[in-house]
Ligand binder design. Structure first.
Ligand code: ADP
Ligand code: MG
Length: 299
């Protein structure tokens, strides 16, 4: 690789909003065989919106809205202390409905699972099936509703008040307009595309389907993303990881090529080798194509 051709390639890439941290990354990108895409904020917009709040099924129709609003206020009060995009969506949804949120206390974040807090003297927990089951709560009567919401591509979370599940809250995040085209173009280049997420299997599959992705790694805990990348690398397979979040950073660093979304967190950009200034995933095939071209020119 001549320094001149690398410099020219990096310059052309920069014009497209693709920033290589060094010439070696421009050289390496040509060899990528597998691209792993984080779901939230990478494949999707990362701006979830509250869609559903459901409480005890069979409650009298008259008192239904009131009961739902009461539960949503408790849930949002607990989530107000979290910085997770899911939490922001729940709080924004509650505020939009004109609800007043009580003060929360004793907030605790359980990464990859959910949160807990004390609101109006009640212990409120919001999170995954796994989180509730690990706490010994009975989720049986909620599983049909959870599945129904998840099949629509929504992220559904169980709400426990005290020792009982009191309802379900769901949010929806939509895929970016260009995600599907970007995936198709990678596949046409002979590259395998995998989506990875902490979200549940059913939601993940619904979103992946919309983006044309066939392979999904779901319910991966934050510390597990790097491990999954390592597994995909076995036998010397060259793997690129694309993500935006703090919990993507170890996987971005582990991958042969880490690509951070420029609108994401600083931590992700620091861990990555390439920053995609446009949130558009079409920058991924563009980056690989540029690398292939640059390397061909000099061989
Ligand atoms: P992602 O890969 O989408 O960033 P996370 O690892 O942050 O996902 O979270 C995995 C799952 O844990 C979420 O899909 C959600 O069900 C649950 N969860 C995480 N944070 C919260 C929260 N603040 N409130 C409720 N549930 C949460
Ligand atoms: Mg993300």
């Amino acid at each position: 690789a001549t320094p001149t051709s690398i410099m020219a390639g990096s310059g052309r890439a920069a014009e497209l909003g693709i920033l290589f941290k060094g010439g070696e990354h421009l050289e390496a990108a040509q060899g990528i065989q597998v691209v792993v895409l984080d779901k939230t904020g990478t494949v999707t917009r990362g701006k979830p919106v509250l869609t559903d709040i459901r409480t005890t099924p069979g409650i009298a129709a008259q008192g239904k809205e009131e009961a739902e609003n009461r539960l949503l206020a408790l849930t949002a009060a607990a989530e107000k202390l979290s910085e997770h995009p899911l939490a922001e969506a729940i709080v924004a949804g509650a505020v939009e409905r004109g609800l007043t949120l009580p003060e929360g206390a004793a907030f605790e974040n359980i990464p990859g699972r959910g949160i807990s807090a004390v609101v109006a003297d009640e212990a409120v927990r919001v999170g995954t099936r796994r989180m509730m089951e690990e706490s010994g709560l009975d989720i049986a009567r909620w599983t049909v509703l959870m599945k129904e919401l998840e099949q629509q591509g929504k992220t559904a979370m169980l709400i426990a008040v005290g020792e009982e599940i009191s309802g379900v809250v769901a949010v929806a995040d939509t895929i970016k307009e260009t995600s599907k085209a970007a995936v198709e173009s990678l596949q046409a280049m002979g590259i395998e595309v995998v989506m990875i997420t902490g979200d549940n299997e059913i939601t993940a599959r619904a979103i992946a389907k919309q983006a044309g992705i066939h392979k999904v790694l779901a319910e991966v805990l934050p510390e597990g993303k790097a491990e999954e990348v390592r597994k995909l690398q076995s036998g010397g397979v060259k793997v690129a990881m694309v993500g935006d979040g703090i919990n993507d950073a170890p996987a971005l660093a582990t991958a042969d090529t880490g690509m951070a979304i420029g609108t994401g967190t600083d931590v992700a950009m620091e861990a990555a080798d390439i920053t995609l200034m446009r949130g558009d995933l079409k920058s991924i095939p563009d980056a690989i194509r540029m690398s292939r071209k640059t390397m061909n020119n000099i061989k």
